[in-house]
Design a protein around this ligand. Structure first.
Ligand SMILES: [Fe+2]
Length: 266
């Protein structure tokens, strides 16, 4: 199932940040040259608070060792130390958000804005998750989210619910961007990467082809969406929920030992 976010036209009251950047800057040029566009204070304070509260409740349920909410968990630790499962993301939060939160998100017409960035007529969501970090820092490998040679069909969008600093990345105008690899792992030794910094209520649009390394040292929460203009790659509710990569909470002895080992080593 693809969630369509086709809604109201841009409203100056709602989209102050976006309207501003649209008139004052050549936002499309910024995005196409660098692959990243940050819109400061794009989400209204009340809207942000409402979504944050709603997601906070979902998060509380998701970290429970008995929950069936699909989550990603890269490194798990003993529940007693991490106050539940050490989740890295809540998958497809649209299934769990309350109707008012969904209405708020629709109001911002982010798919409409994403379509403008890559000159597409329509875009829909083909991936959504909430990235979270709590007690333990996380660092992932250098990679891209889309092949460099494929056409520009997707745009990533993050809505920041907390201040955040950490992800390392290279802009599109950096020479390393021409490298056609998809996964880099430890092959990147350049020190001239940039560090993504955002404040609560900012929205950042990103080209999925950007080379980046996830990193977060402090507590964070942002809403991550992938908008796509390719309507063939549909994910229905079942396949999404049964996707094997989702973390299976396992209360058995061996996983418990593994969690303890992680805690001692990391
Ligand atoms: Fe990524």
């Amino acid at each position: 199932m693809i969630f369509e976010l086709k809604f109201v036209k841009f409203s100056k009251e709602i989209l102050k940040g976006i309207i501003l950047i649209e008139f004052k800057n050549n936002y499309k040029k910024i995005y196409s040259e660098t692959g990243i566009l940050r819109i400061k204070k794009a989400i209204e304070f009340e809207d942000l608070n409402f979504i944050k509260k709603d997601l906070g409740e979902i998060y509380k349920k998701a970290i429970s060792k008995y929950s069936d909410i699909p989550v990603r968990c890269y490194d798990d630790f003993p529940y007693i130390f991490s106050k539940g499962v050490n989740i890295a993301s809540i998958e497809n939060p649209f299934f769990y958000l309350c109707p008012k939160s969904i209405k708020i998100l629709k109001k911002y017409n982010l798919s409409g804005f994403a379509s403008k960035l890559i000159n597409k007529k329509n875009m829909s969501i083909n991936l959504s998750r909430v990235h979270v970090t709590r007690s333990f820092r996380y660092e992932g490998p250098w990679h891209r989210d889309q092949d460099l040679q494929s056409p520009d069909i997707d745009v990533l969008c993050n809505i920041y619910l907390t201040d955040e600093k950490g992800m390392k990345f290279f802009k599109k105008n950096h020479p390393i961007h021409k490298n056609k690899d998809f996964a880099f792992d430890s092959l990147i030794h350049n020190a001239d990467y940039e560090i993504l910094e955002a404040n609560m209520s900012d929205i950042i649009f990103l080209d999925p082809k950007l080379i980046h390394k996830p990193y977060s040292k402090n507590k964070r929460m942002h809403f991550h969406t992938r908008f796509s203009s390719c309507f063939n790659d549909k994910k229905d509710e079942n396949s999404y929920r049964n996707f094997k990569k989702f973390y299976k909470r396992d209360l058995g002895l061996i996983p418990s030992i593994k969690r303890l080992k992680n805690f001692i080593i990391k």
